[in-house]
Design a protein around this ligand. Structure first.
Ligand SMILES: [Zn+2]
Length: 309
């Protein structure tokens, strides 16, 4: 039996995890991400970090059968990382470089796809054959995992639910260059924007007068009955539930998982999304569960390793 390793390279921290092939985490560590000199030392630091972790876990390096490397950028079909703005990387052969430094086989994966794979391996969707994962953060990401593989499609856009059009009348542009994308209303950014616009109109709210508003503030105020925040949250959950209902018509997963920062709102969010989903969905998929993610910020580390199962 060989061990497998998952490395999640983020803008501030590199997380490392060593697993048995059955998914037991036997050791974990993290090192800071050094983005100086265009991030040229990141892979070296990751390789050294894994060596230290293996030593501390009493695992010989040659007993690691594969290493997954999650990166905050797109990964091409040929395995090359097609730029990571947060790390200062252009086109980078992260896996090849890691292999040369460590002597271990390595594979790169986009971090959102890794999180989806992680939740399907050991998180909320463990055991599901087909799972659809949505990340709610400053943006909205999505990924479809089928039989242990992320289905990214011909152009790598498979599962990108954040950029389906939900409002043809929108005049503001989305980060992708289109107008009326789901992300513009359902992301933390979009929900905060809706609250801000109501506050600017003078609608009474417990968040009036705050300089900075977070997604968590909006959800907490909504839970306490704040009408402005409740309206913004209801609108976002309504749109997301309908989008999941459309998704069910296309890929009909066993389960939907909602992760990312906003998923911390728990049942308050899940119940609203589920109510909207049930109203919009085609009847064969009416009972598909919608659940919150459970691995938190370790999901990417799990999923990077799960590429080697
Ligand atoms: Zn968009």
């Amino acid at each position: 039996m060989k061990y497998i390793a998952g490395i999640d390279i983020g803008g501030t921290t590199i997380k490392l995890g060593l697993f048995t092939p059955y998914g037991m985490l036997i050791g974990t560590d993290s090192v800071p991400t050094d983005i100086s000199d265009k991030g040229s030392g990141i892979i070296r630091d990751a390789a050294y970090g894994l060596k230290m972790l293996a030593d501390a876990s009493l695992v010989a390096l040659e007993d690691i059968g594969g290493v997954g490397i999650g990166v905050p950028g797109p990964v091409r079909a040929d395995g090359l990382v097609n730029g990571c703005v947060n790390l200062g990387w252009g086109l980078t052969d992260a896996a090849g470089e890691f292999s040369r430094m460590s002597g271990l086989p390595a594979r790169a994966i986009n971090d959102a796809n890794a999180a989806a794979l992680g939740e399907t391996w050991r998180g909320s969707a463990a055991g599901a054959a087909n799972a659809f994962f949505v990340t709610l953060g400053t943006g909205v990401g999505g990924a479809f995992v089928s039989e242990g593989k992320v289905i990214t499609g011909t152009n790598g856009a498979g599962g990108e639910i954040g950029h389906i059009t939900v409002n043809r009348a929108e005049t503001a542009y989305c980060s992708c260059g289109k107008r009326g994308c789901l992300e513009q209303y359902v992301s933390a950014t979009g929900i905060i924007k809706a609250v801000r616009s109501a506050l600017d109109k003078g609608e009474p709210s417990s968040l009036s007068g705050l300089d900075e508003i977070t997604g968590r503030d909006v959800f907490n105020a909504a839970k306490n009955g704040d009408a402005v925040c409740l309206k913004a949250v209801d609108n976002a959950c309504g749109i997301l539930g309908e989008a999941l209902a459309m998704t069910a018509c296309i890929v009909d997963p066993d389960i939907f998982i909602i992760g990312g920062g906003l998923s911390g709102a728990g049942d308050f969010l899940i119940d609203k999304v589920t109510a909207s989903y049930k109203k919009a969905v085609m009847y064969p998929c009416a009972d598909t569960p919608i659940v919150a993610a459970s691995l938190g910020n370790e999901a990417g580390m799990y999923g990077a390793a799960a590429q080697w199962l």
